[in-house]
Ligand binder design. Sequence first.
Ligand SMILES: CC(C)(COP(=O)(O)OP(=O)(O)OC[C@H]1O[C@@H](n2cnc3c(N)ncnc32)[C@H](O)[C@@H]1OP(=O)(O)O)[C@@H](O)C(=O)NCCC(=O)NCCS
Length: 163
Amino acid sequence: MDSQITIRKAELKDISEVFAMLQELSAFEKLPQNVKISKETFEKDFIEKAFTSFVAERSDGKLVGYTVSCQAYSTWEGRVMSLRDIYVKPELRGTGIGRKLFITTMKDGYKAGCNSAFFLVLDWNPAVKFYKELGATDITEKENYHIFKVLTDDFVKLCTSTE
Ligand SMILES: CC(C)(COP(=O)(O)OP(=O)(O)OC[C@H]1O[C@@H](n2cnc3c(N)ncnc32)[C@H](O)[C@@H]1OP(=O)(O)O)[C@@H](O)C(=O)NCCC(=O)NCCS
């Protein structure tokens, strides 16, 4: 990794830049319409510690990558880390920043008591190779899992029903 790059925990002052990068990530995934939260909500959730973020910072202070993660709970394993996003700016990919961001984020979860980590990857994304090289297992292939989600409209309908 470029020695001019520092990996550190995100601070409030970084949140605008992280929000811009999460929009770049959703465009890369060809799902830009999926970012439904505002920068203000993201900032508020950061302040309220709903998630943790690490950033990769260039020596001039510009951010070139980030992760967002949070904790979930498994009745099999106890605390587990949910890695929500990992992203490196295109011009710096393949220089080891992603690997360093991934390992730093995992170590932070491990220190906080997590026993494993999970995340979603689109099947066409070359990042599949990146994750496998870091020791991750494709549990859709191995264990036939399907991922279910109650989508926003259905979620609101369920939660506001009088039932
Ligand atoms: C995936 C991503 C975060 C990896 O970060 P990176 O800084 O490019 O990765 P690194 O340089 O640390 O690479 C580590 C290893 O992973 C492999 N790798 C990384 N990105 C890869 C890619 N896009 N395709 C294939 N292999 C890749 C490399 O072979 C490398 O191994 P090597 O050092 O032996 O060559 C980055 O490519 C990225 O931002 N991609 C677009 C966003 C994305 O897909 N995010 C994940 C959503 S699930």
